[in-house]
Design a protein around this ligand. Structure first.
Ligand code: HPA
Length: 269
């Protein structure tokens, strides 16, 4: 695995004209954020050695290099989900490569189902913490020398990044929620009973990504900021039916607000 990571990083280094310190992962339906990036270079995943290829609708599968908020950044348009059949090592492979490329900050976005009764469809939720409900931890197996065998997850989401985004949201008049993201394997959306269970655990939103990438980033010493777009609501008295289309539509509508906040964060880090 380590050889592959090195080879992929070497391939990218040869093609990179900048040395970005911040990487962004664009989640389901959140690909439009790229419209705000001054794209200088894009490389389809299919051209990158050892990179898994994204299969899900709405995930283009490209690595982008350019500027956002006046800084050099790299962005993943499309991520790898466990439910697509990838192993945890494949899901988190790009994070390992990012580390090799010198990435210091990771901004992750996703679409998620809201369980907190105060949430509405289209809300943005700053991820303060997560609950890992995937059947496998991405760090299972021989420990990578990037971090300890038993890494702390006490402050997986950087407190300073959260403060910067809260202040920016106040200034720009953008409403944000904060909460705990529950990561599940998918691909099924939750049953009403599962929503209730996750809510009982202390979750505010639930989705099928992010947690594996964040665990590996933290293990590499990369600072993380995470944001969910609440695309549907579950776990209340009235059972809600969720469709992939609804998720995409709600994510689309929330994009300008999310982009504005990410720009502000990048400006200040
Ligand atoms: N559950 C899981 N994943 C999701 C949801 C949800 O309700 N909405 C968007 N992604």
């Amino acid at each position: 695995m380590y050889e592959k990571i090195k080879e992929t990083a070497a391939f990218l280094k040869e093609r990179m004209h900048t040395k970005p310190e911040t990487a962004i992962i664009l989640g389901s339906g959140l690909g439009k954020l790229v419209d705000d990036i001054n794209i200088e270079k894009e490389i389809p995943y299919s051209e990158i050695p050892h990179m898994p290829v994204s299969t899900v609708e709405g995930h283009a599968g490209k690595l982008l290099f350019g500027k956002l908020g006046g800084k050099d950044i790299m962005a993943m348009e499309g991520r790898f989900h466990y439910y697509e059949g990838y192993s945890m090592k494949e899901v988190t492979f790009p994070i390992r490569v990012m580390y090799e490329l010198g990435i210091k900050n990771l901004i992750v976005s996703n679409a998620a189902g809201g369980m907190n009764p105060a949430f509405k469809v289209g809300d943005l939720m700053v991820i303060e913490d997560h609950i890992n409900s995937f059947p496998e931890n991405p760090l299972r197996g021989k420990n990578f020398p990037t971090g300890p065998r038993f890494p702390s997850m006490h402050e997986a989401y950087d407190k300073n990044f959260i403060r910067i985004v809260e202040e920016a949201a106040n200034r720009l008049g953008i409403k944000i929620q904060k909460g705990v993201y529950v990561g599940t394997a998918g691909p099924t959306f939750e049953t009403p009973a599962e929503y209730r269970m996750f809510k009982g655990w202390g979750g505010d939103a639930v989705g099928m990504s992010t947690v594996p990438e964040v665990i590996v980033a933290v293990h590499c010493g990369i600072k993380v900021f995470g944001m969910s777009v609440i695309t549907d609501l579950g776990g209340f008295e009235v059972p809600m039916k969720v469709s992939h289309e609804e998720v995409q539509e709600a994510a689309n509508n929330a994009q300008p607000k999310m982009t504005a906040l990410m720009k502000e964060l990048i400006k200040q880090i």
